[in-house]
Design a protein around this ligand. Structure first.
Ligand SMILES: [Fe+2]
Length: 389
């Protein structure tokens, strides 16, 4: 595989991985000299035994902490603004995010606004944040979003029904505690969707125009790990080891996409999720094979390598044959996880396709897609995955 000699940068947080890594949180609060941490999480997690253990650990190191759990999936701008207000009113000094991509992205938003002021959506785009926020410790509880290691925060602009991407080194967390224990209580469908999100991160990072030797290594290993594990991860008898492999796959995919950025699947998923409030992983799963079909000829060697890491024997196959085999492999994988072929919408019409396509075309993730897609091509892909309810 060709190695680029163009300039590339690579950033990552401090990472501790392994069983019960989350319980290191207390020790790190003491390293950061925290007096009053601010814990951002989601209401569903608060009764989990592993969550209560984590709180107990925090209590050993600080006398008080604030919990902010007013966070929904696809976190909204007003949730970030409210969280920042609570953070400042309580004079908190360290942020701990426990959850999937939504609480972690919300925590990143709180960190930006509490330090830089203004409105969270003012920071949309690349490198728009001046000052770094307070120390941010992340405990991811899904194997997909990788917001715990990434330079991305995705916030929903509620009045305009779009998701906005904030991309900056200033939102890279200080510490990621990569622990498979919380994954054991994750709903199987969420496991499937977040796992497909992670697979999409790895594939888009690998074919990204901004890929590098460092991101390539992580992307390919993530593809191998997730492809070989995801079906076992949704079974009732899944083991801690299986979930750890998923967590490592997600971690490696996160390191890859945080530094190589993403592509058309995410640009289109952000627009789709913003307008229809659909789960992010489901949007990516629906779009993935259709975007690969559109992109394939612009990065055929790279997609052939992806096919190889997904266990496809590419020897003696023509490029067209590899493309067909890869597309049907991804389609079969998605179906085996019970993720549907289509999303159903009430108002399916030309105007909807136009609005979705305009949203995708203005998303920063589209810049690194290996092919410059036209609005017509983007609309056609939306037409392939949407159906009238
Ligand atoms: Fe994603």
């Amino acid at each position: 595989m060709e190695i680029t000699m163009e300039l590339r940068k690579y950033v990552a947080p401090e990472i501790i991985s392994g069983t019960d890594a989350r319980l290191m949180v207390g020790r790190y609060l003491s390293h950061f000299a925290a007096r009053k941490p601010f814990l951002v999480t989601d209401q569903n997690l608060r009764t989990m035994p592993w969550f209560l253990d984590t709180l107990k650990e925090i209590s050993k190191y600080v006398t008080e902490y604030i919990i902010y759990d007013n966070v929904t999936s696809n976190p909204r701008e007003y949730e970030v603004m409210e969280g920042a207000k609570v953070f400042l009113e309580n004079k908190c000094d360290v942020i701990i995010a426990v959850g999937g991509g939504s609480p972690i992205d919300c925590a990143k938003g709180i960190s930006i606004v509490s330090t830089n002021g203004g409105e969270i959506l003012d920071y949309e785009g690349v490198d728009e944040i001046n000052l770094p926020g307070p120390p941010l410790i992340c405990i991811p509880t899904t194997s997909g979003a990788s917001a715990d290691v990434s330079q991305f925060a995705i916030i929903r602009d509620t009045p305009n029904f779009v998701k906005k991407a904030i991309i900056s080194k200033k939102v890279v967390p200080d510490l990621a505690l990569i622990d498979p224990v919380p994954l054991m209580t994750m709903d199987p469908y969420l496991t499937a969707c977040t796992g497909m999100d992670a697979l999409t991160h790895a594939i888009e990072a690998y074919v990204s125009n901004a890929n590098s030797h460092l991101t390539n290594v992580h992307a390919l290993e993530a593809i191998r790990l997730i492809n070989s594990t995801i079906q076992a991860a949704i079974l009732p008898q899944r083991s801690l080891y299986t979930m750890y492999q998923m967590m490592l796959g997600s971690l490696q995919a996160g390191l890859a996409f945080s530094n190589a950025s993403l592509g058309a699947v995410h640009a289109m998923a952000h627009s789709l999720g913003g307008l229809l409030d659909l789960p992010h992983g489901e949007c990516n799963s629906l779009l993935l094979e259709h975007v690969i079909a559109a992109n394939y000829d612009s990065a055929c060697d790279r997609y052939a390598m992806i096919a190889k890491y997904m266990g496809i024997d590419t020897r003696d196959l023509s490029s067209g044959h590899i493309k067909d085999t890869l597309l049907s492999h991804i389609c079969n994988l998605r179906r085996s996880l019970n993720i549907p072929d289509f999303a159903y919408v009430l108002d399916y019409n030309e105007e909807l396709l136009d609005k979705l396509s305009d949203g995708a075309l203005s998303d920063p993730c589209l810049i690194t897609n290996p092919k410059l897609l036209t609005k017509e091509e983007v609309k056609q892909i939306y037409g392939e995955v949407l159906r009238k309810k």
